[in-house]
Design a protein around this ligand. Structure first.
Ligand code: HEC
Ligand code: HEC
Length: 310
């Protein structure tokens, strides 16, 4: 360690530190830097006084302004709830028809229905409501249980085979698995259903199946196979299929007699939410008797089984 000395070249005193012959000059800090440094300290002190800053043993210093982002968010949420609650109350009081016909109410119901749909229904029915194998397509005007406003509201409120005492229920028997019919009869009925939907089928099978259909199937699907919404039995004569229109899918359904389950929503959504999503589904399906504005939701982007079978 050498002694402090004057640097001959710059005339500045050294600090006395020296490494391998390199000596450190004792230059003062630049004035602008020092001023900035003191301003920062001053700002920090003012900030500690005004704003929450220091942790203490049982909390923190709140600052004179008592500012809290958490409290601000809570207040915003409360304001929103009051605003929504107000419209929710209107939805609860108005009838479904009134909501659909009043442009303001309909716009509100569509917006809130779309949110409810995205959160609760899209996982099963698809983001656009286009459905999929076993999951009803909600964007067309083909209905298992009815597409009027009141029908949809009832389906949503109590569910389908949901276990709710007021749920929509009906069970197609497992004709093959439970040996109610012989395998040959199930094969024949498959051909019969293919023929019902206006496609080429084996005429001998169709002839053999006709009396069996009248006896075993007509009670639910109708003598003409056009279905019955009272028991959720689909129309078998169109190109719209819940489980698929190919022979294997039809055979499987007659063999196993599957029944789709949809939860009851009255335990999960408010009455206003159910009304909003009812209107949303009804309007988007182009449902019976819709007079008001066209749907605002994006078009179905997922192809449903029924569409694929067309
Ligand atoms: C867990 C899956 C699931 C969820 C979630 C779900 N659904 Fe369903 N939904 C189904 C199934 C399965 C069917 C067909 C039931 C059947 O085969 O009869 C169905 C049928 C329907 C029907 C009757 C269609 C018709 O043709 O009559 C409507 C309307 C409906 N759903 C609307 C909704 C709405 C609105 C929501 C959200 C609040 C929703 N679903 C949530 C599974 C679901
Ligand atoms: C007790 C009423 C009932 C009887 C009897 C019945 N079905 Fe069904 N069938 C239904 C219901 C309900 C569905 C829809 C199941 C669902 O929604 O998951 C259905 C669905 C079907 C489907 C599927 C349609 C599609 O869109 O994918 C076929 C095919 C079918 N039935 C054929 C038959 C045949 C053939 C018989 C007679 C052997 C028969 N059903 C007897 C109630 C019945």
């Amino acid at each position: 360690m050498a002694d402090r000395e004057k640097d001959a070249h710059s005339g500045v005193e050294t600090t006395g530190h020296e490494w391998d012959g390199i000596k450190e000059l004792d230059n003062p800090l630049p004035r602008w830097w020092l001023i900035l440094f003191y301003i920062c300290i001053a700002v920090a002190v003012v900030y500690w006084v005004l704003m929450p800053a220091w942790p203490t043993l049982n909390g923190y210093t709140h600052g004179i302004l008592n500012q809290s982002d958490r409290a601000n968010v809570a207040k915003d949420m409360k304001d929103l709830a009051v605003k929504r609650g107000h419209q929710g109350v209107i939805l609860e009081k108005a009838s479904l028809e009134q909501i659909e016909q009043d442009p303001n109410l309909q716009a509100y119901a569509m917006a809130s229905g779309q949110a409810v749909f995205g959160d609760n229904c899209a996982p099963c029915h698809g983001a656009g409501g286009g459905g999929g194998k076993g999951y009803a397509n909600l964007r067309d005007d083909v209905w298992l249980w009815g597409g009027g406003l009141a029908d949809i509201q009832r389906t949503l409120t109590y569910g389908i085979r949901s276990g709710d005492p007021d749920a929509r229920v009906s069970m197609m028997p497992s004709f093959g698995r439970d040996a109610l019919l012989k395998p040959q009869q199930v094969d024949d009925l498959t051909e019969y259903v293919v023929a019902l939907s206006h496609r080429k089928a084996n005429p001998a099978s169709v002839a053999r199946a006709a009396p069996v259909f009248a006896e075993q199937c007509a009670a639910c699907h109708g003598a003409d196979g056009k279905g019955q919404q009272a028991v959720g039995a689909p129309n078998l004569t169109d190109a719209d299929w819940l489980y698929g229109g190919d022979r294997k899918s039809i055979h499987d359904q007659i063999w196993f007699g599957r029944g789709g389950v949809m939860p009851a929503w009255r335990t999960r959504l408010t009455e206003a939410q159910i009304k909003a999503v009812t209107v949303y589904v009804h309007v988007n399906s182009g449902g019976s008797g819709v007079t008001a504005a066209p749907p605002t939701a994006p078009a179905a982007d997922n192809t449903s089984v029924s569409d694929a079978a067309k």
